[in-house]
Write a protein that binds this ligand. Structure first.
Ligand code: SF4
Length: 415
């Protein structure tokens, strides 16, 4: 089927070296006999018109499915008179499986459902983790949702609600994984699902789970509640493999690319080409492990660090998450339940104390981290501060006594 509208500006986007979304849109618009082709024809027309006028012509509204207060992003066209077939182009946000593990049969079924009820256009995945089924009419939204629900998929979050969470691919594909990301993700979302489907919070709230500090799902700076895998014993070193790296790449390269790039200078190469790690200084940044994958790996005493309030960009500027739990084991059922309880406590505190349109990071800046920790029942821990003696916000007189008290509480023998 030939294109209905001329698209000279969009055509330019196809001329670069990378695959263009325009090609995909055209393929859908040109599909013979498909119910969505007329919609995609007019969508291309409207998009070209937007490029020409440098204006967006989508406005919101209210569209939903039975029993849910969110999960559908309504899009109504303001130029429907010119492009009637794409006058409604709503998006269904759908939760992916934790870790985004699909089999091809499921992917094909998802595509079939969207070809039947929507535009055929699907984005895997949005920054909140959702599968974005883009291009439904108001009439077809319920039917599309019913079909997705039938095969076990559920809507995600939109608006002032708990958002669809994300977890990295995890232990199934990655040897650096330090905890069961999928389990933590699933348990947390199952417990907070009501706050996802019925938006009633001051603003959005995102959970993200990364198996190590490489943070493949951007948890530390793009989620309100970030769970990052880490370890607290020593990095594991296979000295034979390390010697092999030295033999293959030479001392200079390993020095330049690994040893000298350790942020805390925790690494040194011995005369016999073995590696020395000052584990007390290591901040578990993952750099050396990433470069020397065969020789180095995370320790055995694994767990998670929990950070709160990361986001770029907030109204008050960019924030990385603040550590609220320096280390937590996440092995037993009880450990996972404690994590979920903390998540619920944070949401409750956020719901009661945040201002309208204020993310939890901004709320913590406003009320102070100490008040927040007290509010959710967490104790201040010296490990939360990376350089206590250089931070002007930390009084250091009496600090040694505080550390002694903390050690006594934790049962650590004072040195
Ligand atoms: Fe240094 Fe990072 Fe390796 Fe630790 S993980 S030794 S901080 S490079």
């Amino acid at each position: 089927m030939a294109l209905k509208h001329e698209t000279p500006l969009l055509d330019q986007l196809e001329s670069g070296p990378w695959p263009s979304f325009v090609t995909g849109l055209k393929r859908l618009a040109e599909s013979e006999g498909k119910q969505y082709a007329p919609m995609m024809q007019d969508l291309l027309g409207q998009l070209e018109y937007s490029y020409k006028t440098r204006k967006g012509f989508w406005k919101g509204g209210t569209v939903g499915v039975r029993g849910y207060g969110g999960g559908v992003i309504p899009r109504f066209s303001e130029v429907a008179d010119k492009y009637p077939e794409s006058s409604e182009f709503h998006t269904l946000r759908v939760q992916p499986p934790a870790g985004m593990h699909y089999d091809t049969k499921t992917l094909r079924t998802l595509c079939d459902i969207w070809e039947e009820h929507g535009s055929g256009l699907i984005a895997f995945h949005g920054q909140s983790g959702d599968i974005m089924f883009q291009g439904a009419t108001t009439e077809s939204t319920q039917a599309a949702f019913d079909a997705l629900n039938e095969i076990g998929f559920d809507l995600g979050g939109a608006g002032a609600a708990v958002r669809t969470s994300m977890s990295c691919v995890g232990g199934a594909r990655c040897e650096q994984s330090c905890f069961n990301e999928q389990k933590a993700h699933r348990m947390m979302i199952n417990a907070t699902l009501d706050d996802m489907h019925r938006p009633s919070l001051p603003y959005k709230f995102k959970f993200k789970f990364s198996g190590c500090a490489n943070d493949c799902v951007n948890a530390s700076h793009r989620s309100d509640f970030a769970v990052l895998g880490t370890w607290r014993d020593d990095i594991k070193v296979d000295q034979d493999k390390f010697k092999q790296y030295i033999a293959e790449r030479g001392r200079k390269e390993i020095n330049d690319q690994v040893v000298n790039m350790c942020p805390t200078r925790a690494l040194s190469i011995n005369d016999d080409d073995t590696l020395d790690v000052d584990n007390k200084s290591c901040v578990k940044c993952m750099h050396c492990i990433n470069v020397l994958t065969k020789a180095l790996s995370p320790g055995d005493d694994k767990g998670v660090t929990i950070l709160m309030g990361g986001k770029r960009t907030l109204k008050i500027g960019d924030l990385m998450g603040s550590v609220i739990v320096p280390f937590k084991k996440l092995e037993t059922e009880e450990d996972f339940e404690e994590l979920v309880e903390l998540g619920e406590a944070c949401i409750e505190f956020f719901a009661e104390n945040a201002l309208e349109h204020e993310r939890i990071g901004e709320m913590i800046e406003r009320i102070g981290l100490v008040n927040f920790l007290e509010g959710v029942g967490l104790e201040v821990d010296p490990n939360m501060i990376s350089h206590p003696r250089t931070s002007s916000y930390v009084r250091t007189d009496g600090w040694d006594e505080e550390v002694a008290k903390w050690e006594a509480r934790k049962g650590v023998a004072a040195e």
